[in-house]
Each structure stands twice: as C-alpha cells, then as structure tokens.
Design a protein. Structure first.
Length: 629
C-alpha cells in the first residue's frame, strides 16, 4: 500500500513540472541571472481593454461594460451626454464592471455620447448610441367650453416634436402659435352677443398629424331694448326715429295706418324710422308701435296732437227765385259742426256732421210778393260762419186759374187765396165727425193753387209713359199709385214744366175742399147733397168715373168728395188745438194722409173733414191724387 502512494506522488510532481515548462517558455527565456545568483521578477506588458457597449433603446435603461487594465484607470464622458450616467469614473488595475444608465430619449433623432478610458499611456474611446423616440404629440383636452361672457382657458401640449396652433374663428385667439416639445397654450374668447351658440376649431399641426380642440361658446340671453318709449308729433306730416339694441331678430308693427314704420324687421342693433301723416282733425290721436323678439315685446306710444279747428264755406250768399228750389254749399272743416236755419221755409238736408261735407238748402215756394231772407249758421267749436239766403217775392197773381200743357195734355190749376179757417170736425159735420178730426183748430194759409180735378190717366201717361190704373179711361182719375209714385210723377212734371208742383198739405186740401174764403159751410165739397157733387158707394157702381162730371165746389174744384181718395203730403198724426200757419203735419210717421173719400165709401167717409191714412207704399183701385202749386 505504501508503495502505491509513493508512486502516485512521484507521478504528480512530474506532471506539474512539465506543465509549467510549457506555459512560461518566454518567461523562462527572459529570466535574467543577476550577480547575486537569485531569480529576477518579470516586468508585465501594459494593457487596457474595454468591452463594446450595446445600443440603448429610446426608453433608456442600463447596461454594463467591462474595463480590464494592467494599471489604474480613469473615465470621462463627452460633452452633451447628460442623458448618460456612469456609476464610477475610475478604477484599479484588473477587471472592473462599470454600469451605464441612459435616460429616455424623447427626441425623434438618434443621440450619441463617447466614453474615454485612460490607463497609463493607453486610451480607449467607446461610442454609445441611443435610438430615437417615435414622433408623439398629445393634448390635455379635446374641447373647451365658454359662457357667453367669454374669457380665457388653457390646455397643455405634450410632444417631442415641433408644432403650430391656429384658430378657425377671429373671436377665438391663441397665445402661442408655434412651439416644440411640451408647452401650454392660452385660449382667449370674446363675448358672444348673439343668442346662438357658436364654435371654433383650434388645430395643432405636427409631423405626427393634426390634433383638434373644439371650442364651444354658449349664446347670450335674448336682449331687447329701445332708445325711447314714446314719440310726440305735431299735427303736420313728420318723421322721427328710434334705435333698437338687440342680439336677435325682431319685427316692428304699427297699430294705425296713419303711422308707418321702416324697416319692419331686422336683427341685432338697428334704427327704425316712424312717419306720421298729417292730422287734419282737431283731436289728438295715438298709435302703438310694437317691437317683437325672442326677448319679449316692447311698445312705443306715438302721440300726434290735433290741428287747430278749421271752418270754411264755399258760399256765403244763396239767392232763389220765388219758386221752390234748392242749392248746395260745401263745408270744409276738420271737426264736427252744426248747421241751423232761422226760417221754416229754408230747410237743410243736414244739420250736423264732421269734417268736409256738402249741405243742400231747400226753399219752399214764396207765394208772397215780398222777398224774404233767412240766415244759415254753421258752427264748429268756437268758429262760426253765416250764409245769407235771399228768396225773391212771387209775381202778383191776378188770374184765378192757370192752364199748363205737358206733351199735348192740358190741365188747370185754380187759385186758392190765402186765409184763415177752422180745421177739423166743425159744427156742420154734426155727429159724423170722428175723434181724429178733433180738436178743431185755427189754421192760416198763404195763397196757393189747386188742381181743378184729380190727376187723370191721360196726364199720367203724358208724363210717365205708362198707366197703372185698374179702371181704364183717359179722363178717369189715375189710381193704383203709391205716395212714392206720386213723388216720382211730380219730379218729372216739374222737370218738364220748370214749375214746383207738389202734393197739397192736409190743411191746404181741407181749406180748398171747404171752398176757401168762399166757403158756404157745406158738409161735403160744394154741397150738403152728396149726390150733386160726388161719386160714392151708392151711385158709383164701385168704379171710377170721368173727372168733372159732378158739380164743382165754391172754388170751381171737382170731385173733392168721392171718386178716388187723394194723397196729401203730410204724415198722419193727431191734431193740436193750437193755431197754426201753413202747417205741414208731423215731422215723421209711418202712414201718409189721404182725403176726400171714394167710390167705395158711404157719405160719412166723403165729408170734407174726414181723415184716412195708409203706408206710403200702398196702392188701391180707389186711391189717386191732386196737384198743388
């Protein structure tokens, strides 16, 4: 056993000796033998090694390089390499691990740095690189909201590239229009006076693309105000204006046609002109101008004073012949007026009115030989104008009868001299008088003319060109004519003759039937024996007869009793006991008077004081008329 161990030891020593001889041949060759007989220490060759670094990513990070040096060493970085940090800047001989740390590269280009390692006379330069970052840009907001008052807000840009900022609207401005890297942009918005919401687009442009911030500004509350709340005008034509302050659309209207506005619509602020026509009346007038908008309605009161009262006439004198006639005058005024006449024979078509008008003056026939005058007074407010009316006197009438001709047909009119008599159911009427014939009363009449007979069918035909009668015969009295028909006949007759024929008044009819101033006090017209002077129920066979076949009365008038009833001018009404002069009956009514009885009545109805009435539109086969002049 001992022999085996000794053998192994010898073998190992031999192997080690051989190995050492192979690894250090140069050293062995370079060993100097000094004089002392000792073995000298070998001198090493200077050495410096630095491992190659890797490429840093853009996100940064750390890595390790190895420095191997036979001597101590120092390390330095190139300028501008703050992004790179080294954990040690020097070391001793031997091998050292050095840690390198790179920060994130936010730039879009590759960046580099160099590390210089020095050891003795040896120097090694190592270049390090970091990848470029991708182009990036982001915003802190994507929209901004503002009230209508406007104001300022900001947003931030996070980027690694350059950028520009623009706004799509003038009312929205930005404080910084360009930059690079990160930055803050202030947005300023003006006040929005409109009621509508508005928006603007802020665009951030870069090589990474465009980013948008939408700016929204709310609309203002609707506003409407006026520079005035009333406008005052004189009476003349005029124009004034007012201003509208608004942030919305509006319309303008006037409540009166004499007050107009321009323009009638608009939006935002504007001016409106108000024009008024002349106020020709004396009354103040008002109009309301209404301005309507979403903010509500406002009004302006327009007041125009009235003009001074005016009153002018186109005539101040009117002259008439003795005949019945009419004429007109014109009133020019701007207010209400009253017209009066101081004489009954001068009658006016209008007694009141307002503004401009034409008034007709009617005068009755003047049967007196003396001329006469009347005064027409026109009053308006404190103004007054007078018109003098003069009517000539009538020619002195000597003839007791007058004959006229129309289209070959002649007829006679008998003069009835003026006088005074007792009208109504007088003593000779006895118990036959009716209540409406009372009370008796004194009446005074001027001179006039009365037809000697009732109007014949022949005369009607000559004037009117037709014959409405039921009982046909040229000399028979015309019948089936209303009171209105009689007026039409008289108008045409007067046009043909130039005269002023008319229906007699009820008083004129009774005075003539009694015989006028020649009256003998008969019960019927011309006699107390009705058969002598009248066609009535008992002798007429209930048909009309030719006129003037019976005896006339005291004045030479035929058929005043019987044959046909005769229309009078008057409205039917009750008698008064008071004395009267030239009475014309009531001023109004529903029925017109007719007198004399007819072929259909007994003697009581043919008396000279007997009264009857009918609506003026009535027509009967026993109702005609007689002319007066």
């Amino acid at each position: 056993m001992k022999k085996i161990i000794i053998l192994f030891t010898i073998l190992a020593a031999a192997i080690i000796t051989t190995s050492c001889q192979k690894e250090l041949p140069d050293a062995i060759n370079k060993i100097d033998v000094n004089q002392g007989g000792k073995t000298p220490t070998p001198t090493p060759t200077p050495e410096l090694k630095v491992s190659e670094p890797k490429l840093f990513s853009a996100k940064g990070g750390q890595q390790t390089i190895t420095i191997t040096a036979t001597e101590g060493w120092t390390l330095s970085k190139s300028s501008g390499s703050d992004w790179l940090s080294v954990n040690t800047m020097s070391g001793k001989a031997g091998t050292t691990q050095v840690e390198l740390v790179a920060t994130e590269n936010t730039q879009t280009k590759l960046r580099t740095a160099t590390i210089t390692v020095s050891s003795g006379d040896l120097t090694k330069v190592v270049e390090l690189s970091q990848s470029a970052a991708n182009s990036e840009i982001s915003l802190s907001v994507d929209n901004l909201s503002f009230t209508s008052d406007g104001g300022n807000q900001s947003f931030s840009i996070k980027s690694n590239i350059s950028w520009t900022v623009t706004s799509s609207q003038d009312w929205c401005s930005v404080s910084q229009k360009s930059g690079s890297g990160n930055g803050n942009v202030s947005v300023s918005v003006e006040g929005n006076t409109s009621i509508s919401e508005r928006s603007a687009m802020i665009t951030i442009e870069s090589e990474a693309g465009n980013q948008i911030v939408k700016v929204i500004q709310s609309g203002a509350d609707p506003v409407l105000s006026l520079s005035v709340d009333n406008l005052d005008f004189t009476s003349g034509i005029g124009s004034k204006s007012f201003s509208i302050t608004s942030n919305t659309s509006w319309t303008v209207t006037s409540s009166q046609g004499w007050c107009s506005v321009s323009p009638t619509s608009g939006s935002s602020n504007g001016n409106v002109s108000v024009s008024v026509d002349e106020n020709t009346t004396i009354l103040e007038r008002t109009a309301t101008i209404t301005i309507r908008s979403e903010a509500g309605n406002l009004t302006i009161k327009v007041t125009q004073i009235g003009a001074n009262p005016e009153l002018e006439l186109n005539k101040y004198d009117l002259s008439f012949t003795a005949a019945r006639g009419n004429d007109t005058f014109t009133i020019t005024s701007n207010t209400s007026w009253l017209v009066t006449s101081n004489q009954d024979w001068c009658v006016l078509s209008s007694t009141s009115g307002s503004n401009n008008a034409t008034v007709t003056v009617n005068v009755s026939e003047n049967t007196s030989p003396d001329s006469r005058t009347a005064t027409i007074t026109v009053k308006a407010d404190n103004l007054q104008q007078n018109i003098k009316v003069t009517q000539s006197g009538a020619d002195v009438i000597d003839e007791s009868t007058r004959t006229f001709a129309v289209n070959g047909v002649t007829f006679k009119m008998v003069r009835v001299d003026g006088g005074t008599f007792t009208m109504g159911g007088t003593w000779e009427q006895g118990d036959d008088a009716w209540e409406d014939e009372l009370p008796t009363h004194r009446v005074t009449l001027s001179t006039y003319y009365m037809g000697d007979t009732e109007v014949t069918q022949e005369l009607w035909q000559a004037v009117m060109g037709n014959n409405p009668s039921y009982f046909s015969g040229g000399q028979r009295p015309v019948e089936r004519v209303s009171w209105y028909d009689c007026q039409d006949f008289i108008d045409k007759l007067n046009t043909l003759t130039g005269r002023n024929f008319r229906l007699p008044t009820e008083a004129e009819w009774e005075f003539a039937a009694r015989g006028g101033n020649k009256s003998q006090g008969y019960k019927y017209a011309g006699s107390n024996n009705i058969d002598n002077i009248a066609w009535y129920y008992e002798n007429s066979a209930e048909m009309t007869h030719n006129v003037a076949q019976k005896s006339p009365n005291e004045l030479g008038l035929y058929d005043m009793s019987g044959n046909v009833w005769e229309w009078c001018q008057d409205w039917y009404g009750s008698y008064s006991s008071s004395g009267q002069t030239n009475p014309t009956g009531p001023s109004s009514g529903t029925k017109r008077v007719h007198r004399g009885g007819s072929i259909s009545l007994y003697p009581r109805g043919c008396r000279i004081s007997y009264r009857a009435d009918n609506p003026p539109s009535s027509t009967y086969t026993n109702l005609g008329f007689r002319l007066a002049l």
